[in-house]
Design a protein around this ligand. Structure first.
Ligand code: MG
Length: 385
């Protein structure tokens, strides 16, 4: 069996480094050569990139920051150094898109257009880019496998039905509730960046961790589930499950619910996306049932955590509305991380920007980029002076 050639766009981040963990573990268990890392890309974390390249010996590395490119070329004389993440696609069988935010759209589009498997951790590109990404999923050979714990769970649950397109009655996405679960809006008025970054169950990058604290992440995941699985919004629900052990569920027309469980460990969904339809031989997130204790479930507090409802609203509007909301959210989260916005105002900015949504063309990548850019301008205008 020849090696599966893997490219990682965004290799220095949380999903990127954990993908390399999975490759290391799978190769150690199954013999060197199960996975070959052929391409790596970072924005500007070149020290991490150089270490990774010295270990994995890729053919190509991409460095988005032009000021860092020459140093990388000098440190890695055996590697082709490029500027564009799209150049990571060509040598690979599987492209892991772990870019943060809307900037990941290009990798998503290029991978599917090339007829390759996309292991998608960059949910924003599917959410915002759906009008142009969905047709590309029909490219011969193209395959989209989610690297998001909830959607990986649903993907697994749907395999229990031979007729999932007509036998799914409901998808239930679980949410940890983030660090502020159970808090009232009043008590959240003055929370700090550090408090919002202290996720109770998952260790992730700052953007998605803030999104988890506002439930925007879960809202975006509702849109992601709709786009991935074609499930109508009325049939996608969110339930808060603080232990993050049940990663999501599918309910079928006969009343059966199938759930996928593991301890929270992103290496499981990463390994699933690399190996699908097989499974890797290295366990991540195995459950010790004797110490697991209890699993709790409760309805989300949509009054305090308004971003969840905003995402449903944008999703139901469709077209470029999800791109619009996602872009506004990126602006708001950036402003919060920079201390220019209070936590509670993230939802205010997203809400105000969404109310100013301007429908437009959505048939090309340029249309999506234009909607994203316009939403950023609108969101900037909604930031407090
Ligand atoms: Mg998730």
């Amino acid at each position: 069996m020849s090696a599966v050639r893997v490219a990682i766009a965004g290799s220095s981040g949380s999903v990127g480094t954990q993908t390399l963990d999975v490759v290391r573990a799978a190769n150690a268990l199954e013999g060197i050569g199960r996975y070959e890392v052929v391409a790596l890309g970072v924005h500007s974390s070149v020290d991490v990139l150089v270490q990774q390249a010295l270990e994995f010996r890729p053919k190509v590395v991409a460095v988005a920051d032009p000021s860092k490119r020459a140093a990388v070329a000098a440190a890695l004389p055996f590697v082709t150094v490029v500027a564009d993440f799209a150049d990571l696609v060509e040598p690979a069988d599987v492209v892991v898109n772990a870019v943060v935010g809307f900037a990941g759209l290009d990798v998503t589009v290029r991978t599917l257009a090339a007829g390759k498997r996309l292991a998608l951790a960059n949910k924003e590109s599917l959410i915002a880019g759906a009008p142009v990404v969905q047709p590309l999923r029909h490219t011969p050979g193209a395959e989209l496998v989610p690297v998001d714990s909830e959607h990986c769970a649903v993907h697994q649950c749907l395999r229990s039905s031979a007729f999932a397109d007509r036998e799914v009655s409901r998808i239930v996405l679980t949410a940890s509730g983030g660090p502020f679960r159970g808090r009232t809006a009043e008590s959240l008025a003055d929370v700090t960046v550090d408090q919002a970054l202290a996720h109770p169950t998952w260790s992730m990058g700052p953007k998605i961790t803030i999104d988890s604290s506002t439930l925007m992440n879960k809202g975006l995941e509702v849109i992601e589930a709709h786009e991935l699985f074609g499930t109508p919004y009325d049939h996608i629900e969110v339930v808060v499950h603080p232990q993050s052990v049940v990663h999501s569920m599918a309910e079928f027309t006969d009343g059966s619910t199938i759930a996928q469980l593991s301890m929270p460990d992103m290496r499981l969904p990463i390994g699933y996306a690399l190996a699908y339809p097989a499974r890797i031989g290295t366990p991540f997130g195995r459950i010790d049932w004797s110490s697991l204790g209890r699993l709790d479930f409760e309805a989300p507090d949509t009054v305090t955590f308004r971003c969840l409802g905003l995402a449903y609203q944008a999703g139901r509007t469709g077209s470029t509305a999800p791109a619009w909301l996602s872009a506004a959210n990126e602006v708001a989260v950036d402003a919060f991380l920079q201390g220019r916005l209070r936590w509670a105002q993230i939802a205010d900015v997203c809400d105000a920007a969404l109310q100013r949504y301007e429908p437009g063309a959505d048939s090309t990548v340029a249309d999506i980029v234009a909607a994203d850019a316009r939403a950023r301008v609108v969101a900037q205008e909604e930031l407090p002076g």
